[in-house]
Design a protein around this ligand. Structure first.
Ligand SMILES: Nc1ncnc2c1ncn2[C@@H]1O[C@H](COP(=O)(O)OP(=O)(O)OP(=O)(O)O)[C@@H](O)[C@H]1O
Length: 254
């Protein structure tokens, strides 16, 4: 598989606190990687370094064989390096259909001012319908975001990220805050992501992580302490001590 993304030796400190220590991770097309670790390990900081929301003190971010370390977050998104939107970035008065239409208009270089007329644009409408249908939220397409369930809002985040046609998708806790009864919908959406898309997901729900990931990277105190298969990670003594102890014991007892 060809490498599409590579973080090389990223370092970042806040004051005296080193939160990224020589982090190197690469992703190939079709990868399904989970980034796990204790609270405060530096997972979100890593995503921010990758997307350009934070500048590293040293190190390089490579995307599609080009150095994108100095590019703005917007330029990285345009190239296909996309993180899922956060619920807090949705507009409560707008509908899911309008959100997706806006993303499609932006991606295709058309003005957001055309949003009032998107239902007359066949290509936009077709993509909106197909997108919301594939994520199982087409029945709430025309409700206000403030009126739909939290799990549906999180599915809309995924729809918006996919509308940007990413090559690499970074998902920061896609199921966090979603009631247990709805997490299966998120899992179904994750399982149906395009096969050639490279996905890196952060989550604390280990059942979700182990069903989704074919590779697991563990961060602790800003450093990678493990990068390997889900089968090996539960056996790794450093990982057990830093994070997975109880979970690994439960799995081996089951
Ligand atoms: N802008 C900032 N300024 C100072 N310290 C920060 C900043 N952002 C994060 N930190 C610190 O960096 C460390 C890593 O935080 P980060 O949010 O990346 O961890 P995390 O692994 O994503 O944690 P969680 O699982 O709780 O979301 C923490 O100690 C945090 O307090």
């Amino acid at each position: 598989m060809s490498t599409v993304f590579e973080a090389r030796h990223l370092n970042k400190s806040f004051g005296g606190l080193a939160v990224a220590k020589d982090i190197s991770i690469s992703l190939a097309r079709g990868d399904r990687v989970a980034l796990i670790g204790p609270n405060g390990a530096g997972k979100t900081t890593f995503i921010n370094l990758v997307t350009g929301h934070l500048a590293p003190d040293s190190g390089t971010v490579m995307f599609d064989d080009a150095d994108v370390t100095a590019l703005s977050p917007t330029k990285r998104v345009r190239q296909g390096l996309v993180r899922s939107f956060q619920v807090t970035r949705l507009f409560s008065e707008m509908t899911p259909a309008e959100h997706v239409a806006l993303a499609v208009l932006q991606r295709t270089g058309r003005s957001g001012r055309m949003l009032g007329n998107f239902q007359a644009m066949q290509d936009v409408m077709a993509e909106v319908q197909e997108s919301l249908h594939s994520l199982g939220i087409d029945h709430v397409a025309n409700r206000r975001v403030s009126e739909i369930a939290y799990g549906q809002q999180r599915l809309l985040e995924i729809a918006l990220a996919l509308a940007l046609r990413p090559k690499v998708l970074l998902l920061d806790e896609p199921a966090a805050g979603v009631p247990q009864s709805d997490t299966s919908r998120i899992e179904t959406a994750l399982a149906a992501l395009p096969a050639d898309l490279a996905v890196l997901m952060i989550d604390h729900d280990m059942d979700l992580v182990f069903r989704f990931a074919r590779r697991v990277v563990v961060l602790a105190a800003g450093a990678i302490i493990f990068d390997g298969s889900p089968q090996e990670v539960t056996q790794d003594m450093r990982v057990r001590e830093a994070y997975l102890g109880n979970y690994a014991n439960a799995r081996s007892a089951a």
